[in-house]
Each structure stands twice: as C-alpha cells, then as structure tokens.
Design a protein around this ligand. Structure first.
Ligand code: FMN
Ligand code: SF4
Ligand code: SF4
Length: 300
C-alpha cells in the first residue's frame, strides 16, 4: 500500500456510464493507496483547473461519433498540463471498432504539445444510450470484462507500464470526418419535440439536462433552447418516453440501464462467442485482448 502518488480523474458523462466507470476506478485507485481527487466536467463551466499538484491525470469520456464530446475538447483546450506529467485516458462506448481508437487524437496532441506524457489508454465497453438498446445479459458480460480491464489499468498505472495504441492514418481521417456532435447537437435540437399527450410534466428532463437546454414555457409545455450536446440524458430518462429526438428519433433509447440490477444477473452461458457475427463481432477481439493481457499480468 506504499503508494502516495496523487491522481486527478477528470471526466464527463452524459447519461451515467462514464460516471459508473469513474466511480469504480476511483475506488480501485484508493484501495491501491493512491491519493485520488475527482472532477466532473460541467459543460456550462469551462474553468481552468490547477493541475500542478498531481502526478497523474486520468481523463474519462464517452465516445461520440468516434470522437471526444465537443465540450470535453473545449474543456481541455483550457487546461495546462505540467511538464512531464503522466496522463492516461479511460474512454467508454458501445462498440469497440478501431475507428474509436482515434477519439483521443486531440488530447494526445495537446499532451505532447505541453510536454506532458501520454502513457496509457483503455476502452471500456458500456451500452449504447443512442441507436439501440443492449440486451441485459450482454451488458452483464461487458461489465464483467470491464472489471478485468479495470484490473489491467490499475496494475499498469501502479507499476508504470505504458500501454498506448499507435494510431493509423485511416483512423485519424475517420476521426475528423465524424465530428458529428460538434454541429449535430445544436442543429438536431431544433427538431426535438415533446408528445404533449404522453408528457406528465415531471420536470425530470429539465433537472437532468447539464446544458440547461430544457424549460417549461408559459403554457407549462416542455421546450428546448439551441445548446444541446446530444448527450441523450433526456430521451433516456423520460419516464413516459415522450421526447422525440429530432432527426435521430429512430435511434432513441428510452429507460436507463439499471447497473446494480444487471450486476446481479448470473449468466449460464457466454453471450459473445467465437461464432458471433455482425455488429458485436468486434467484441471477440476485445475479449481476447483483455483475457490475454490479464493472463500476462496476473497469471490465470
Ligand atoms: C451523440 C452520441 C454519439 C455516440 N457515438 C458513439 C460512437 O461513435 N461509438 C460508440 O461506440 N458509441 C457511441 N455512443 C454511445 C456512447 O459512447 C455510450 O453509450 C457511452 O457509454 C455513454 O456514456 P455516458 O453515459 O457517460 O454519457 C454515442 C452516444 C451519443 C449520445
Ligand atoms: S421527463 Fe418526459 S414526462 Fe417528464 S417533463 Fe420531461 S418530457 Fe415530460
Ligand atoms: S436537451 Fe437532452 S440531449 Fe440535449 S443536452 Fe439536454 S439532456 Fe442532453
């Protein structure tokens, strides 16, 4: 337990998945004897933090269109890393296609430019909050693999074992092409609508919107301003599924994932196997990587 290195975890989370990963990481780092502070990015408050007293900075974010969320990008444009400071990334998203690898590109450049050191990067599997809903058995399996990945992260950070993938030209290109939410959110929100027959005016969407983008008008109906991040908090959490998500409405996912319930599921057989095809095929490689790296670091 002799480890007094000081870590700051800086993260953004739209619908709670990155918070879930951060909470677990925080707990594990404390258990390993690190001193840990946590800062959750408020997209309405782009303040500069004093990073000087930290040995390590961990940056957590959900991948949006193969990229950093725009506000995370903006937030880090404000920050100044210390020369030689070690920085690692823990990102999460629904699928593990290699296009997601370059989501940290702008961070990597910034870290290098400021003569800090980008040491490690990890991609946690968390269910989609947009596009389609994940089966709970699959989520359970993903969370189990994520636990192993968390152990890999903690061990490598503790023992100063670098772990960074080299980016390829093709990935960098995809990253630039897909800066989807940088413009997509503010444009798409013009088409957001609430089904008045379904809405019970509970105000949950207003309370949870980190951009303060939702309000009751004088008639008591839900309305939207034009500063949306497309984080999907409102569509995921509306108890009546009353919010129509503009041009992406067919990609709307409603009802948050109950992770404490999902954690209790006992799987009787694997969900992803060597025979998995289609969308989730990418998980085969990810699981293989996690299992192999875990074995290298911890034995069986
Ligand atoms: C606007 C938007 C774009 C997204 N793009 C991707 C993507 O390119 N690849 C992916 O695997 N997941 C994508 N996702 C899914 C999220 O990365 C995933 O659900 C994440 O765990 C959400 O984290 P949060 O709850 O901390 O916001 C996207 C989600 C949103 C809202
Ligand atoms: S969360 Fe849904 S039901 Fe509640 S006020 Fe917002 S739109 Fe209406
Ligand atoms: S309006 Fe909805 S999707 Fe847009 S920032 Fe607010 S909670 Fe997120």
């Amino acid at each position: 337990m002799e480890n007094k290195r000081k870590v700051l975890l800086i993260y953004y989370s739209g619908t709670g998945n990155t918070k879930y990963v951060t909470d677990h990481l925080y707990q594990r780092l404390l258990e390993e004897g690190f001193e840990v502070d946590v800062y959750r990015i408020n997209p309405l408050k782009m303040e500069r933090l004093d990073l000087n007293s930290y040995d390590l900075i961990g940056i957590g974010y959900p991948i949006y269109g193969f990229n950093l969320p725009s506000k995370v990008h903006k937030f880090f444009n404000k920050q100044r890393f210390k020369k030689g400071q070690q920085v690692f990334v823990y990102k999460d998203s629904g699928e593990t296609w290699r296009e997601n690898d370059s989501s940290s590109l702008v961070l990597r450049k910034k870290i290098k430019h400021q003569k800090a050191v980008f040491t490690n990067e990890y991609h946690f599997m968390m269910p989609y909050n947009i596009h389609f809903r994940y089966d709970e058995n699959l989520v359970k399996e993903m969370l189990t693999m994520d636990q192993k990945l968390m152990e890999i992260l903690v061990k490598e950070i503790k023992d100063d074992i670098p772990n960074v993938k080299k980016l390829k030209f093709r990935d960098n290109l995809m990253n630039r092409l897909f800066r989807l939410t940088y413009i997509g959110g503010p444009v798409n929100v013009s088409f957001y609508k609430v089904d008045k027959k379904k809405c019970i005016k509970c105000g949950k969407c207003i309370q949870g919107c980190q951009m303060k983008n939702i309000y009751f008008n004088k008639k008591g109906n839900i309305k939207f301003h034009h500063k949306c991040l497309m984080c999907c908090y409102c569509t995921l959490n509306c108890p009546k599924d009353a919010i129509k998500m503009g041009l992406f409405n067919s990609w709307r996912v409603n009802k948050p994932y109950d992770f404490s319930k999902i954690e209790k599921i006992e799987l009787t057989e694997p969900v992803i196997t060597d025979k998995t095809t289609g969308f989730f095929k990418c998980y085969i490689k990810t699981y293989q990587y996690i299992n192999q790296r875990y074995k290298e670091l911890f034995g069986e």
